[in-house]
Design a protein around this ligand. Structure first.
Ligand SMILES: [Zn+2]
Ligand SMILES: [Zn+2]
Length: 308
């Protein structure tokens, strides 16, 4: 259970937000206001528990042992409180795919509620005798979670074979993910609801991107980098050189005489797309002076003459 999600909040919510949300929802789903409504009763239990989990986390630290095995055929039904519903995946795109955006089909190993037992872990369930199926016991004005059924209102009889009494099955879900243009290296794409499916809620799929080089292009600090092969004569004389950008457009830039290898030229608005805008970063082109392979003896003797 993500107690914040149950209360319609997120992890960053303050204790004040928690109090407010709890009070509002507890009033709305209170059994006294919804007599005979088992769905409201179940929601009320979840709200109570979510609140307790945030306010008194120490009470829940030892719950792991509930999940470990079955002591009797009348074992409790227990949801998957300790599991992270989110799935983390690493995906590699090349810089061209990240630039233009791409649709990719991926396979996600995810847990889903068992279709045979609907996550109850049992083929058959009976109403809990202690609480009459309510999941809580009334003491004065307080509603205490029923210990017998762990607040579910039900007790299991025969274990479900389909999920080996775990309540969920593992599937390999096929998803087509749309990666928008301009994604950054190490960024995370979140697909809401594509994570594990548990009883009360569904997690998200978090895709962490690694962006690798493509042809002469690579990303560095979110900027697009390339290289220019500069002929020796252009190095000596300077002049116009051509750079091809990632969209295959040729850009002409001026180079001063004696611009050494390693010099970085910046071309405005020809680099990486900036997600959600029409803008681009600079294209950073590193000069690489080409030293020709000289074998002509006349040239060699001239070079020697000039002491080069
Ligand atoms: Zn099952
Ligand atoms: Zn009970």
């Amino acid at each position: 259970m993500n107690p914040y999600a149950v209360l319609g909040l997120n992890q960053n919510s303050s204790l004040d937000d928690v109090e407010r949300a709890y009070r509002k929802l507890a009033l709305q789903f209170h059994p006294d206001r919804n007599p005979g409504d088992s769905e409201a009763a179940s929601k009320f239990r979840d709200i109570q528990e979510a609140y307790d989990r945030i306010k008194k986390p120490e009470n829940f630290r030892n719950e792991q042992h509930f999940q470990e095995g079955f002591q009797s055929p009348f074992d409790i039904i227990f949801p998957f409180f300790n599991e992270d519903p989110n799935i983390l995946m690493n995906i590699t795109l090349n810089v061209q795919e990240a630039y233009f955006g791409i649709n990719k089909t991926i396979h996600v190993p995810r847990k889903q509620i068992c279709n045979m037992c609907q996550g109850t872990r049992f083929k058959q369930t009976i109403l809990c005798g202690s609480c009459g199926g309510q999941g809580f016991l009334k003491k004065g004005n307080n509603h205490l979670r029923c210990k017998e059924c762990s607040g579910t209102g039900k007790l299991g009889t025969h274990k479900c074979d389909n999920c080996h009494a775990t309540g969920h099955i593992k599937i390999n879900a096929e998803l087509t993910v749309t990666f928008p243009p301009g994604l950054k290296d190490n960024s995370v794409v979140r697909l809401q609801g594509a994570g594990h499916q548990f009883r009360q809620f569904v997690g998200d799929l978090l895709i962490k991107l690694k962006i690798i080089s493509f042809n002469k292009f690579h990303l560095l600090n979110d900027e697009l980098h390339t290289s220019i092969e500069l002929p020796l004569t252009k190095f000596i004389l300077g002049g116009e050189v051509e750079i091809t950008d990632i969209e295959n457009q040729v850009i002409s830039v001026k180079i001063l005489p004696n611009t050494p290898s390693g010099t970085k030229l910046r071309v405005k608005n020809k680099g990486m797309k900036i997600a959600g805008t029409n803008d681009k970063t600079d294209l950073v082109a590193t000069i690489n002076v080409q030293i020709p392979d000289i074998t002509d003896v006349n040239i060699i003797s001239k070079l020697k003459e000039f002491g080069i």
